[in-house]
Design a protein around this ligand. Structure first.
Ligand SMILES: [Zn+2]
Length: 277
């Protein structure tokens, strides 16, 4: 823990699948960890449908191992819930599972998917987190786990969906200094980034077999995605970091306050995203 952070922040990133947190918040996770804050990635499903050759328990076990490799890159905690991939429903039992998990972790900030997304598990995860917000403060709900006195701040991970409205960032963070960590975290998910996703996108034949070459192949795509975020929110980066640095930032991640958590304001954003001079 660095001297500037006497009280570590507790950051909870909730994705639908093992790899979602890395894709959209790997950079801030690495930055938080550099300052000694506590970061936990949660996958609401066990990912047991995300492959073209294996599925079920063997795939869930393989992906659990991949989360361990990812978590070792910069020391984030990783939790995988036992819900089945592709079958997530915003049911009362899963809502209670999330309320318990959130209460036990006691986050200052939760990051999760937006409610509108191509993948039903992403939509359901967002719905479940929104449904758990506020209810985490209600003692009679999940009465065996102590309730939170304060509703955590919640922010959404960025995406490119246009309906019902495009993503509107509240906070945009320069993640250029940690881009290699982001790529290493993603590269830990071998079954996804080198097998299933390229297969699903019809480009499996492009994946190099050599370990270093395939990492570079993945790095090119990861850098391109992060660069697109920086260019899309260039004005916000300039407003945050000033014209000189803001104009040059190569890679960024962006987050949008959710109305159902405690509000993400300009003031508390400085505390919750302690990356700005
Ligand atoms: Zn996903």
């Amino acid at each position: 823990m660095s001297l500037q952070t006497l009280t570590p922040l507790r950051i909870l990133v909730i994705g639908a699948h093992p790899d979602d947190c890395e894709i959209k918040a790997g950079g801030v996770a690495a930055l938080y960890r550099q300052q000694g804050h506590v970061v936990r990635f949660v996958s609401v499903t066990n990912g047991n449908a995300g492959h073209h050759e294996i599925s079920g328990p063997p795939l869930a076990a393989r992906r659990a191992q991949e989360t361990l490799a990812s978590s070792a890159v910069c020391g984030v905690e990783y939790e995988v819930l036992p819900n089945h991939d592709g079958q997530l429903v915003a049911s009362i039992p899963v809502r209670w599972e999330l309320i318990s998990m959130i209460r036990r972790f006691q986050p200052d900030l939760i990051l999760t998917h937006r409610p509108n997304d191509y993948h039903p598990d992403h939509r359901m995860t967002s719905q479940l987190v929104c449904d758990a917000a506020y209810m985490v403060t209600v003692p009679a709900v999940v009465p065996d786990v102590p309730f939170l006195k304060i509703n955590p701040v919640i922010a959404f991970l960025s995406d490119e969906f246009q309906r019902p409205y495009p993503f509107q960032p509240t906070v945009v963070v320069d993640v250029t200094p940690v881009v290699e960590k982001i790529i290493d975290m993603q590269a830990a998910h071998v079954s996804q980034f080198y097998e299933w996703l390229p297969y699903n996108q019809g480009v499996l034949h492009e994946v190099p077999t050599d370990v270093e070459q395939r990492r570079e192949w993945l790095a090119t795509q990861a850098r391109e995605r992060l660069n697109q975020v920086a260019n899309r929110f260039r004005e916000e980066l300039i407003a945050t970091y000033g014209p000189e640095r803001g104009a040059k930032i190569e890679f960024a991640e962006a987050f949008e306050g959710c109305e159902y958590g405690s509000p993400l304001t300009k003031d508390n954003a400085k505390k919750l995203f302690p990356f700005f001079d």
